[in-house]
Design a protein around this ligand. Structure first.
Ligand code: ARG
Length: 464
């Protein structure tokens, strides 16, 4: 039986010399993976119960092991557990403590398993609950955005392409664009659950085990849907890590695009929104400043989530099957991305609750840049039976004329318009009204107030 006296590593019968101190330092991951302690203990308990059910260990030993493991869980929760650096990771720390508590019978716990399947079992269990946590957070964020949209259905602003004023839109429509993005994020995280639901426990080191284990039983106990199919793939697979890191990266991109846009809109040049004092910071030298640091933080931190994804991709590229120490870094990358995205979502919610759209400025700005030109071109097509390319030319001439006179389109008189296109009648003047432009965009998914109201209803229904 495995002895584990004096905190010696479990493999010290085979490996005679003390590990070199530098290797101990770089090899230990306890500071990071202690976060998996609950999953590790739950996984061990399910494993031990299965070993008993399969008559691999006795009733007495099973009870002893479960009792010891529960005790360790309590010790860790109560911060009475002494994590030992020398014992490498959470798995060895718990096993070592089990020896201290119940004696040599602790040696039965590792029958028919390896740390290789143990660690991914823990990790997948952790990722299932953390993914669900993010899904809830994203959902909450969506609700906050929808609330903002509801208050701004008739807030008119210019929509941009190339950051040039393009066409009038409702501010709510812009906000709901982000709802769609975050809904896709939600879906992406949900889709990841399917692979996470495959139970790695029982593939042991890499080839399975000669013990008569029941992997369906542990799957059920741990709420996985099914056992994984191939033992070699199972210990080598970190696709579920990539999926998570990618999903976080995409969600971060969305947060970053939003942040960038708000930074621009909050600038003195745009002045389309105003950030509340709760979410700005001052300057050490310029007394007048109110800087959008939090938005910049969100944009900046997005780089870290890409970094984590790329680290993991690089670790896996060219790594032969099956387990290698390289893989140990997976947890640090995931934990960092998880903490980051959680913080970022909370910050974004805070921002959405602490800004005001400058409605007057938005409206005035929407009239600049000939934003109703497309409406005019459409009007000519509809009323004078011309092909769009022809009406596009006529409209261009009108825009050129307005520009030469330093006027907006809605400042042109019918007389001026008729000089360029004599067919035009009085009703053309309505075309330059921002509100009617928006109202006319009734095509499914368009910015009309009517559409937006329907969409808001739909999102509210879905979030219930
Ligand atoms: N701490 C290790 C990790 O996270 C556990 C697996 C160790 N397996 C091994 N064969 N050294 O990767």
């Amino acid at each position: 039986m495995v002895q584990n006296k004096n905190n010696k590593a479990i493999w010290n019968t085979r490996i005679k010399k003390d590990t070199s101190s530098i290797f101990k330092k770089i090899g230990s991951s306890i500071d990071i993976d202690k976060r998996l302690f609950k999953e590790d203990i739950n996984g061990s308990i399910a494993h031990v119960e299965m070993l008993f059910k399969q008559k691999i260990i006795s009733f007495k030993i099973k009870n002893k092991l479960v009792w010891g493991l529960n005790k360790i869980r309590n010790e860790i929760i109560k911060k009475k557990f002494n994590f030992k650096y020398d014992l490498e990771d959470i798995h060895m720390n718990i096993e070592d403590r089990l020896f201290e508590i119940i004696g040599d019978d602790a040696g039965y716990v590792h029958t028919a398993r390896s740390r290789n399947d143990q660690v991914i079992t823990d990790f997948k269990l952790w990722l299932i609950s953390s993914t669900n946590e993010i899904i809830r957070e994203v959902n909450d964020l969506i609700n906050v955005i929808v609330k903002n949209a509801e208050k701004n259905v008739e807030t008119i602003m210019p929509g941009f392409t190339h950051l040039k004023n393009a066409q009038p839109i409702s501010f709510a429509h812009y906000l709901l664009a982000y709802v769609e993005m975050f809904k896709r994020d939600e879906k992406r995280f949900k889709n990841n659950l399917e692979n996470l639901f495959e139970n790695p426990l029982g593939v042991a080191a890499l080839s399975g085990t000669s013990f008569n284990i029941d992997r369906n039983y542990t799957s059920k106990k741990l709420k996985f849907k099914r056992p994984t199919n191939n033992s070699i793939d199972t210990v080598s697979d970190r696709d579920f890590v990539l999926d998570f890191l990618y999903s976080v990266s995409v969600c971060s991109v969305h947060i970053s695009r939003f942040s960038e846009e708000f930074i621009i809109w909050n600038s003195d040049a745009f002045q389309l929104i105003k950030l509340n004092d709760r979410i700005v910071t001052g300057s050490s030298i310029m007394p007048q400043k109110k800087n959008p640091d939090l938005l910049e933080y969100l944009r900046g931190k997005t780089g870290n989530s890409f970094g984590n994804l790329f680290s993991m991709l690089t670790i896996l590229k060219g790594l032969p099957l099956s387990y290698f120490k390289d893989l140990q870094d997976d947890k640090e990358l995931v934990f960092k991305s998880f903490d980051q995205i959680k913080d970022s979502i909370s910050i974004l919610k805070e921002i959405l609750k602490n800004f005001t759209p400058n409605k007057k400025r938005m409206y005035e700005f929407a009239n600049i840049g000939y934003t109703t030109s497309t409406d005019l071109a459409d009007h000519i097509v509809k009323n004078y039976n011309l092909p769009f390319r022809k009406s596009y030319q006529i409209t261009s001439k009108i825009v050129n004329y307005a520009e030469s006179k330093k006027k907006n389109l809605n400042q042109l008189t019918l007389k001026e318009l008729k000089k360029i296109e004599p067919m035009l009648k009085e009703d053309v003047l309505n075309v330059f009204d921002l509100k009617s432009s928006i109202k006319s965009k009734k095509s499914y998914g368009g910015t009309s107030f009517e559409n937006i109201k329907k969409m808001i209803k739909k999102y509210k229904r879905e979030s219930k």
